[in-house]
Design a protein around this ligand. Sequence first.
Ligand code: TTP
Ligand code: MG
Length: 392
Amino acid sequence: MTMAGPRTVLHVDMDAFFASIEQLDQPQLRGRPVLVGHAGARGVVTTASYEARPFGCHSAQPMAVARRLCPDAIVVPVRPQRYGEVSRHLFSILDEFAPLVEPLSIDEAFLDVTGSERLFGPPRTIGDALRRRISEEMKLTASIGIAPNKFLAKLASDLDKPDGLTQITEGDIDDMLPRLAVTHIWGIGPVTAAKLKAIGIVTIGDLRRQALPQLRRLFGVEAERFYRLARGLDSRPVTPDSRAKSIGHECTFESNVADPDHVRRVLLDHVEAVARRVRKHGLYAGGISVKIRYGEFQTISRSATLERPSDATSELWHSARELFDRWAGHAFQPVRLIGVAATRLSSDPQQLELYEGQTSRHQRVDEASDRIVERFGRSAIRRGGTMDAGRG
Ligand code: TTP
Ligand code: MG
């Protein structure tokens, strides 16, 4: 398998994943609008079946709103364990189709099929075979995108959902990309898109017409990336998760957050999510890095080496909080984006054994919270003491 030269990347994304599984397991739900989530007043939709989407129902919407939009919808509770089981089935199939599979989420992955072409035929044939396999074996549908890189493959899988297969070739890029909205570019969310619109940039074509220095003024360090993505260029390799160089989480606020404690709380949430993923893959982080965007589009990144490789939430948090506090202490400005990544990952816990007593206590806390999160979702647990312990 070569990394240089033209590559073929396939992006798979299951259709209305949780809802489709419920329809599979409960035949009376098939063909009906289904909302998966808690039915209570404060419930949120995790996903809506395709029958419910024309009514305006979608993920992350308050359940009350979705039910108002689609009164006939059937609300079913979330069954994380079952979805995990189906996800493992999906990934076992994906592993057969390519040596390099990079999971993105429970129902989504990149496959580098560059080397598989010799075995299975042209990319479209591989995509068709994978779709058939998923449909026959899992009785579920997926949408697939095929392209020369990750950015375009993910974009392609979204163009013909559900149950679609879309290929973007090198020759298609200059024709189709400029017509799409800038929000198709990773990192350009609704807030940034609104700002760009105010200066006349709506489509990727508009973005392409901006010279690099102008983009630098708009986006700072992100400029180069946006410049390349607007031209369909993306050289990131498909990286199997266990060998990933880093595992990160970040979020952009709707408006800048002026309260450092609020930012710290969100940072802690990110650290917990990252640590959970690190543990899930049996890895240890050698370093931690924190990303902060503030003001208009200024972004900084601060990194630290951990005293020893760790998978413990409390240790990653200690280091992340220190990085944030060091910046906030002398340069705090209202924050637009906060992110954290566990870096220099390895599967070798060697030095940890020296600290057996301490570690096992951390591990017990972490294992218990991982189990709770798996059962009830992320909002179920807050490690109240962790933050206060280090703040004073
Ligand atoms: P997605 O792939 O984003 O959505 P989907 O599979 O339901 O629908 P689509 O056909 O558009 O791909 O997410 C996969 C699953 O992750 C989804 O079924 C439910 C869960 N999920 C949440 O729990 N919360 C969320 O905010 C989102 C977006 C997804
Ligand atoms: Mg999906």
